[in-house]
Design a protein around this ligand. Structure first.
Ligand code: PEP
Length: 252
């Protein structure tokens, strides 16, 4: 009942020329190999390139931003608001990516404010949740992600929570080449869905929960075969057209 979603997080990579080539190759690959009825595909380029990518991507690939400011307008030098991202053609925005949390001070409170700002501008927040290696090793993974989820959504209505996409991204698996096993990922996804069930059974059943963390063509199919994994948030592998298309195919 849940349509898979594969989202490519380009992080701070790309230039106009390579973006054009990458999008063209991904489009051709999707056309040839991926059933668009069974998987939605999105990319999250650096904000400067959103308009470029939007222009090239057509209807087949949704375009989102990697970050937003929690405020609507004003004296926030260097920031971009949800309204501006929407103007540029975004449908979605990553919120709470672990790199933002650890390097740019995105606290749980700021993450919650960003989720609200995104919803107010009709953007789909892709809420990223995940534990550190230390937290996993001390048996706290489930509690950590549940608390991140609670703090990001506690002021939202059920209707608003229904508009979110979730991404479980164990920090120790991001960009490390070390992937969570399908069993480890499924355990957390099922737990998160259980937390959502306490909010609303229908919202929980429909929520798309993506896995992110060193996902690649070799491990994607097994991860996506898990009952509560509805696709992936893909970093490094989204910069290689063949790998990204293969991951999309594995989700379809
Ligand atoms: C990410 O940054 O969201 C991510 C999942 O990165 P990678 O696939 O490179 O681990």
């Amino acid at each position: 009942m849940r349509k898979a979603l594969v989202a490519g997080n380009w992080k701070m990579n790309g230039r106009a020329k390579v973006n054009g080539e990458l999008v063209a190759q991904v489009l051709a690959g999707l056309d040839a190999q991926v059933d668009s009825d069974s998987v939605d595909v999105m990319v999250f380029p650096p904000s400067l390139y959103i308009s470029q990518v939007k222009g090239l991507a057509g209807k087949e690939i949704g375009v989102g931003a990697q970050n937003l400011c929690e405020f609507a307008d004003g004296a926030f030098t260097g920031e971009l608001s949800a309204g501006m991202l929407s103007d540029a053609g975004c449908n979605a925005v990553l919120v709470g990516h672990s790199e933002r949390r650890s390097m740019f001070g995105d606290s749980d409170a700021r993450v919650a404010a960003k989720v609200k700002a995104a919803l107010a501008a009709d953007l789909t927040p892709v809420l990223c949740l995940g534990e550190s290696l230390e937290q996993r090793d001390s048996g706290e993974a489930l509690n950590v992600v549940a608390e991140q989820l609670r703090l990001a959504t506690e002021d939202l209505t059920v209707e608003q929570i229904a508009r979110l996409v979730f991404a479980y991204e164990p920090v120790w698996a991001i960009g490390t080449g070390r992937t969570a096993t399908p069993e480890q990922a499924q355990e957390v996804h099922a737990y998160l869905r259980g937390q959502l069930q306490q909010v609303d059974a229908e919202v929980a059943a429909k929520a798309r929960i993506l896995y992110g963390g060193s996902c690649n063509p070799a491990n994607a199919a097994e991860l996506f075969a898990q009952a509560d994994i509805d696709g992936g948030l893909i970093g490094g592998a989204s910069l290689k057209a063949n790998d990204f298309v293969a991951i999309c195919q594995a989700a379809g």
